[in-house]
Design a protein around this ligand. Structure first.
Ligand SMILES: *[C@@H]1O[C@H](CO)[C@@H](O)[C@H](O)[C@H]1NC(C)=O
Ligand SMILES: *[C@@H]1O[C@H](CO)[C@@H](O)[C@H](O)[C@H]1NC(C)=O
Length: 371
């Protein structure tokens, strides 16, 4: 039997319709702005640990009390964290945690946050938190992410998206506070002198940065540690005469310059300014040493916590809570308030060479926009 011509006509229209539709869909899946990828620890975790069986979490009140939703999100802050504020500075939306079920389809094209509270450069850092996404695993996820995006927009465009993205990595503090100095006579402190431990960390960190480069990252902000000895937790536990912990300050002062030096060496080897060093110790020190100049009434007492400096234990629904978070540099015993995060991100954006080497983020964005 002959097929009625009207039927063939309908088939053609349907097929043609499919072709046209898919032609429309592909340009539709275009990222609105530059993609942003985040790696590291609790300073930059935007909620991955909510999906894990770990004790390192920020998913109950009063965390998030000043976040737009006024709800805990897994961010270790009263409000926005550093990645949120960098996204804001680039005119984009906050990127979703990699483990969020919402991170699919078009949302993938904005980037992803792989950070996990508690992790360090070393695999044994944060062992007490059990199930966390260690650095090598964050990088494995980045690879998996790229496969998922390739299915969505093709291998070539996925590669371009990654090459053109901005990357932030914040890791290292936990290798001191949650490893070397976690307990007296820790395994690592018996194995290494502080100087040799710092050297070992830098060697291992370099490998992580090279892997990031091999995975396609071409603009990577690398932060150092803050003044670890001056956070409320350390003031409470090992502060000397109400001052900062001399030992942890010594660790920071050994580690940060060697990190900067390693980054310079990597850029030289690659022949391009791929890695940008953010001197977060100096950014923190400014308001730790002179809180009033930044509108804080204290840089020593955490807003949320208990005991001396509100520095003992965790920030929980039962802790002391300050009424005005903008007056405190520290939100909990370890993490800055949104206000302090803003000061840090302002320096990342437009700080001088004393803060950002070889250049600040606004210069990076302007340079890359002309490409
Ligand atoms: C961490 O563990 C992964 C997977 O077992 C391994 O490939 C990597 O070399 C380890 N890193 C360090 C610093 O030991
Ligand atoms: C940093 O950014 C500002 C723009 O906000 C720019 O004027 C300044 O020259 C930059 N500083 C350096 C040292 O790159």
């Amino acid at each position: 039997m002959a097929v009625p011509s009207g039927f063939v006509g309908t088939m053609v229209v349907i097929l043609f319709g499919v072709v046209v539709l898919s032609g429309v869909v592909v340009p539709g899946v275009e990222a609105k702005s530059r993609a942003f990828f985040v790696f590291g620890d609790s300073l930059v975790d935007s909620g991955n640990n909510n999906y894990l069986a770990t004790t390192a979490r920020a998913d109950s009140p009063p965390y998030g009390i000043d976040y737009p939703s006024r709800k805990p999100t897994g961010r270790f802050s009263n409000g926005r964290n550093i990645p949120d504020l960098i996204s804001e500075g680039m005119g984009g939306e906050s990127v979703l945690p990699y483990l969020s079920p919402q991170l699919k389809g078009d949302n993938l094209l904005n980037g992803a946050n792989f950070a996990s509270a508690g992790i360090g450069i070393l695999n044994d850092t944060g062992a007490q938190f059990l199930n966390i996404i260690r650095m090598y695993r964050q990088l494995d996820y980045f690879e998996e992410y790229q496969q998922r995006v390739s299915i969505l927009i093709g291998v070539g465009r996925a590669k371009k998206l990654v090459n053109q993205a901005l990357v932030l990595i914040t890791v290292g503090g936990n290798d001191f506070v949650n490893n070397y100095y976690l307990v007296p006579y820790s395994a690592r402190s018996r194995q290494f002198s502080l100087q040799d431990y710092v050297k070992y960390l830098i060697v291992e960190y370099r490998k992580l940065l090279m892997r990031l480069y091999d995975l396609g990252a071409r603009r990577v902000l690398v932060t150092g540690t803050g003044p670890m000895g001056c956070v409320p937790a350390e003031l409470a536990m090992r502060g000397t005469n109400g001052g900062c912990s001399a030992e942890l300050q010594r660790a920071a002062s050994l580690y940060n310059p060697q990190l900067q030096h390693m980054i310079q060496g990597l850029n030289k080897k690659i022949g391009k300014d791929v890695f940008i060093a953010a001197n977060t110790a100096r950014m923190h020190n400014d308001f730790v040493n002179n809180p009033a100049a930044y509108g804080f009434t204290t840089s020593r007492i955490a807003c949320c916590g208990q005991g001396p400096y509100n520095g003992i234990g965790l920030c929980t629904p039962l802790s002391n809570l300050c009424p005005n978070r903008n007056l405190h540099a520290f939100w909990d015993p370890f993490h800055p308030t949104e206000k302090a995060n803003r000061i840090i991100v302002e320096q990342i954006m437009s700080g001088s060479k004393r803060y950002m080497k070889p250049m600040n983020l606004s210069t990076v964005l302007a340079l890359d926009a002309t490409k």
